[in-house]
Ligand binder design. Structure first.
Ligand code: SF4
Length: 459
């Protein structure tokens, strides 16, 4: 299948080690066989006495875990094999003995009827900064990683398998849910994606040209409008190719006061992307405990304490709108929303557009890589996600006595966000149904987009 490469997207590993934090790496049986016979604990003081792997074979057999084994992160939520920012497995046994997911990451692929789209996740600091060799010049490297990806998916043999296997005709994108109730063929979806990509590319440039005036709020509003129009065209039985001529009106509502549903959903997503990971990291030990063991008497107190922290963090964020952010303290999301700020730095606007471009190009905002979201839910989700990045950036700047978004903070917030979005592919089906239906109102965040837009000066 043809490999389709993105434009102006660069990546080369800079050895930041950040890909190796924030999660347990899923391991296939073959991955585990590569490392199980090494006496790791005797080889480095940092590994001594540590349980390095989590055994999920029983759950894997029962179909409730995607992998039979996982790496067991440290209390700081970093892979135990990351020592001095280098992978100890790689150093001792060679790159090909690392878990396959690590070998491929942060490269990512989406197999579609038109070919295989290649890109990177922003969970690496080099990727988020667009550092390294353009992917368009890495065709052979990417082809090798794609071959490894096929091998990886063949070895997983899970009930969750969502990716096509080379040689078969079916791909995860043969049929696409525009909304939970409206299915598109790949061809029909392509009309939506082509127009959406055009709208993004009108404002996404690699280097800032003289007089650049990109506007992220305008882009988000236009994408939301485009999904609604696509749905209307499809439900009217008309041809989606007419989207090529559609020019979104981008009409700003006279009243930008968010409805309670919009408010709550945005706060819930803020909690999911920025507060829940803190709680999860603090309770990493608890999180790694088998769910079935959580209610055993010896674990009950820990389970209750963990639940209290989850619930407390959730109430602070979702009900009060005042989350407690690590290294920042309590912030008031309402105040952050309304606080007058200087115009967004063009470099940040380009960064946001580049991220949007990659999400659409790689098709990681909906479908298998995003909890099975429909296109509508996916667009709403990435819209809310960027609003959360901006809100977090405003809160951080305000805490530092500033009134402008800072580029380093935007990198950090987007890096954290993309990592969390990636974990959506691993959530349970019931949870994904809740997200999917909660996010399936057209233009769900339309007022939020414009309310936040109003708080920034125009360039
Ligand atoms: S196994 Fe190695 S590459 Fe994979 S997460 Fe751990 S340190 Fe990083």
């Amino acid at each position: 299948m043809d490999l389709i490469l993105p434009q102006d997207i660069n990546y080369s590993c800079q050895g930041c080690g950040k890909c190796c934090s924030g999660w347990s790496v899923g391991m296939t049986m073959a991955d585990y066989a590569n490392v199980k016979d090494t006496d790791w604990q005797s080889l480095h003081p940092a590994l001594a006495g540590k349980a390095l792997f989590i055994d999920r074979q029983a759950e894997f057999e029962a179909g409730t875990s995607q992998y039979p084994f996982f790496t067991n992160p440290t209390q700081d939520n970093v892979c135990p094999f990351l020592i001095d920012d280098l992978c100890f497995i790689h150093g001792l046994l060679g790159a090909d003995k690392k878990p396959m997911a690590c070998q491929i990451f942060p490269y990512a692929f989406a197999e579609t009827p038109a070919g295989v789209y290649a890109g990177v996740y922003y969970s690496s600091k080099a990727a988020v900064r667009n550092m390294g060799v353009p992917l368009s010049e890495q065709k052979q490297v990417l082809q090798d990683y794609l071959d490894l990806s096929y091998k990886y998916h063949n070895e997983r043999h899970t009930n969750f398998s969502v990716d096509a296997v080379e040689g078969t005709k079916k791909t995860p994108f043969d049929t696409i849910a525009l909304t939970p109730a409206c299915q598109l063929t790949w061809q029909e979806y392509s009309h939506f994606e082509n127009r959406a990509m055009q709208l993004i590319k009108e404002q996404y440039v690699d280097q800032k040209p003289e007089g650049y005036q990109g506007d992220i709020f305008r882009t988000l509003a236009m994408l939301s409008e485009l999904v609604l129009i696509a749905r209307n065209i499809k439900t009217a039985g008309a041809d989606l190719s007419q989207l090529a001529q559609y020019q979104p009106t981008n009409k700003i509502p006279a009243d930008t006061t968010m409805s309670s549903v919009e408010h709550m959903t945005l706060r819930m997503l803020f909690y999911r992307y920025y507060i829940y990971p803190q709680v999860r990291a603090k309770d990493a030990r608890q999180g790694r405990q088998k769910r079935a063991d959580s209610l055993k008497s010896q674990n009950l107190m820990g389970t209750l304490m963990a639940f209290g922290k989850f619930a407390g963090g959730g109430l602070d964020t979702i009900v009060s709108g005042k989350p407690n952010i690590e290294n920042l303290g309590k912030v008031d999301l309402e105040k952050a929303m309304d606080a007058p700020f200087a115009a967004i730095d063009p470099e940040i606007t380009i960064l946001f557009h580049r991220w949007l471009y990659l999400k659409l190009f790689l098709k990681t905002y909906f479908g298998p890589a995003a909890a099975g979201f429909s296109v509508l839910s996916g667009i709403n989700n990435i819209t809310a996600a960027l609003l959360c990045v901006i809100l977090h950036g405003k809160a951080s700047a305000m805490a530092a006595g500033k009134n402008s978004l800072l580029l380093p903070q935007a990198y950090e917030n987007l890096w954290r966000l993309d990592r969390e979005l990636l974990t959506l592919s691993q959530i349970a089906q019931q949870e994904s149904r809740i997200y999917n239906s909660g996010l399936s109102a057209p233009r769900l965040f339309n007022k939020g987009i414009h309310a936040l837009e109003k708080s920034f000066q125009k360039q």
